[in-house]
Design a protein around this ligand. Structure first.
Ligand code: SAH
Length: 353
């Protein structure tokens, strides 16, 4: 059961509710601590009186940290957060030379059931609210203050909605979390990317918002016949509708779409798929990001070999598409795309202490 509502779950304009009997300016001070200079522990909120800091002790974050892991020499960090009702929330931080990217979750679990994705195989638990979504960003900023990544910006510069969940299936909370990131934390809209498996009405709604956020479409198959077998949602929103909505997004926002393509051995790595994919990308003037499947315990698919990857990339180039092959991070801590969630759930059923 959710006990008291945490600070991040309150509307940023209603923080006074946590501060009964306090002068009004305290709400403004707290708001700055939450969004501008987040800290892991309310004790660090030095301009608030001691008893107030104490009263915030269990009400600052909407979750506790269950597991914190790092890989790639500390440049990749993963948190498994647990909310009071037991929902798990996974977040991955990646430090690069000029950016620090946070991969966040929009739902606990996911209802989309894509055959290659660990989260999808586990099923849907619940939507995250806007506070739970934005608190992942604030928590990472607070953690970076305490423990920066050497050689990377010490604040989250980029956010990608590529953790657990389908953000456009949780539109209201997605929207409110974007508002807080862009209008309150002051992140550049262009540095926030919403990734979707193809919720067509959501893409159109997002295009109509006032922000120039990025849109990534997880395509993975370039015709309905193949896509129907990998992504159940394709039966509801077939490729032609998805492409129309992507075009609408590009026309409306002026932002180039990214097409995500997870290569699976013998499934979507054929020259025919490459040719069709290239045609879609050219038509949309989109950029293609190709990654290799990250193995998950339940998926029937396998990663392609290097030769297949090279041939596929060459085929895309021959057909005039812009494409980049990307190495993924964090595989050894189950923090790579599509791997979130299953390990902890498996651990739980085994009675991990
Ligand atoms: N639901 C959203 C965001 C979460 S998934 C979406 O589908 O875009 C983030 C990305 O990881 C998507 O491109 C997804 O297709 C990809 N992905 C899922 N499982 C994967 C796996 N096992 N290996 C590699 N990428 C995977």
């Amino acid at each position: 059961m959710q006990s008291a509502t945490s600070a991040y779950q309150l509307d940023p304009d209603d923080l006074g509710a946590l501060l009964p009997g306090q002068p009004a300016y305290r709400a403004g001070q707290l708001r700055e601590w939450l969004y501008d200079h987040p800290v892991l522990d309310p004790e660090q909120m030095t301009n608030l009186p001691a008893e107030l800091r104490e009263s915030l002790r269990d009400r600052l974050w909407p979750f506790t940290v269950e597991i914190e892991q790092s890989a790639d020499d500390g440049r990749t960090r993963k948190w498994l957060f647990r909310s009071p009702d037991g929902a798990s929330i996974e977040t991955v931080l990646m430090g690069y030379k000029r950016r620090t990217t946070l991969c966040i979750s929009s739902q606990a679990g996911c209802a989309m059931a894509c055959t290659f994705c660990a989260t999808g195989q586990f099923g849907f638990e619940r939507h995250l609210d806007a506070g739970e979504i934005v608190a992942q960003v604030a928590y990472a900023n607070a953690a970076l203050q305490r423990n920066p990544i050497a050689g990377s910006p010490d604040r989250v510069t980029n956010v990608v909605f590529m953790g657990m969940g389908e953000p456009l299936a949780n539109y209201k909370h997605l929207r409110d979390s974007l508002h807080r990131m862009i209008d309150i934390i002051d992140m550049a809209a262009r540095s926030v990317t919403v990734s979707t498996v193809g919720v067509v009405p959501g893409i159109r709604k997002l295009a109509d918002e006032p922000w120039q956020v990025g849109l990534a479409i997880s395509l993975h198959a370039a015709d309905d016949e193949l896509r129907n077998t990998l992504i159940p949602l394709n039966k509801r929103y077939p490729l032609s509708d998805l492409i129309d909505s992507a075009r609408y997004f590009f026309d409306k926002t002026g932002r180039r779409i990214s097409i995500e393509w997870t290569m699976m051995d013998g499934v979507n790595d054929t020259p025919e798929q490459a040719e069709k994919l290239a045609a879609i990308a050219r038509d949309l003037r989109a950029h293609i990001n190709v990654i290799s499947l990250n193995p998950t315990p339940l998926t029937p698919h396998r990663r392609p070999g290097q030769l297949a990857i090279d041939e596929f990339m060459a085929e895309l180039a021959d057909h005039g598409a812009n494409a980049t092959f990307r190495e993924t991070r964090g595989q050894d801590i189950d923090a790579a795309c599509g791997q979130l969630r299953v390990r902890s759930a498996t651990d739980k059923t085994k009675g991990r202490q």
